[in-house]
Design a protein around this ligand. Structure first.
Ligand code: SAM
Length: 219
């Protein structure tokens, strides 16, 4: 099996199950046109996030790592009328594109985009107003710190999802000095050591290559 086949299977699956609407397609096109890196989740992954959010009836969602807002749109559309989504992004140009995309694709949703290093913006969030679902998808070196903040900003039943935790299998390299790899390795260590979490992780292949995500339930 190779990337061509994985992509073809993803196309087949999304062809049946993930009919993208014009606004979502336009968001991806706007991201490419603005020169944003193609690090958005795949359409079938976006829909998976959407389903997870609906499964836990999320009313408040936190996303760390907005890029152009593609995953944000999927998550925002899972919210009820009184729902809220806070998304954190450090790059001003990414945030500007995300705002445009969100206005077009999820105009009714209450989305707050906070610009700045997530470790700074996380510290300004109200710990008395926890989130029901948290999606970690920013700089992987800080994943252990993002997990710490996620625990502070959660309640029993909160679901914490982290993307890109397999990285072509590079997480097996215990000698790696790549901060993205060491960040994920420390992240798994922290998940494993935390009795307050029920966690697992899944490898995935598809249009975005070989990667995966972790999912944890706050006990
Ligand atoms: N969740 C997005 C999606 O699926 O459409 C993709 C997010 S992309 C993988 C990661 C984003 O995190 C980038 O836009 C990057 O600028 C942002 N980022 C990286 N380091 C950050 C930090 N320290 N604080 C906030 N955002 C950060």
């Amino acid at each position: 099996m190779d990337q061509t086949t994985w992509r073809a299977v993803d196309d087949y699956l999304t062809g049946w199950l993930v009919p993208e609407d014009a606004a979502l397609r336009r968001a991806l096109a706007a991201n490419i046109q603005a020169g944003l890196p193609p690090h958005d989740v795949a359409p079938n992954q976006g829909k998976l996030l959407h389903i997870f959010a609906r499964m836990v009836r999320a009313r408040r969602i936190l996303e760390i790592g907005t890029l152009g807002g593609y995953s944000t749109i999927w998550l925002a559309r899972a919210l009820p009328e009184n729902g809220e989504l806070v998304t954190l992004e450090c790059a001003k140009n990414h945030a500007a594109i995300a705002r445009q995309n969100l206005e077009r694709a999820a105009p009714a949703a209450r989305v707050t985009l906070r610009v700045g290093p997530a470790l700074d913006t996380l510290a300004t969030l109200d710990v008395n107003d926890p989130f029901d679902l948290i999606f970690i998808d920013a700089d992987k070196a800080n994943n252990p710190a993002y997990l710490g903040w996620s625990l502070t900003l959660s309640h029993p039943g909160t679901v914490i999802i982290a993307d890109n935790v397999i990285r072509d299998g590079s997480i097996l390299d215990h000698a790696s000095r790549d901060e993205r790899v060491t960040g994920i390795r420390h992240f798994f260590s922290a998940l494993s050591a935390n009795p307050g979490l029920t966690s697992t992780a899944i490898q995935t292949v598809g249009s975005k290559g070989w990667d995966g995500f972790s999912i944890s339930l706050v006990n």
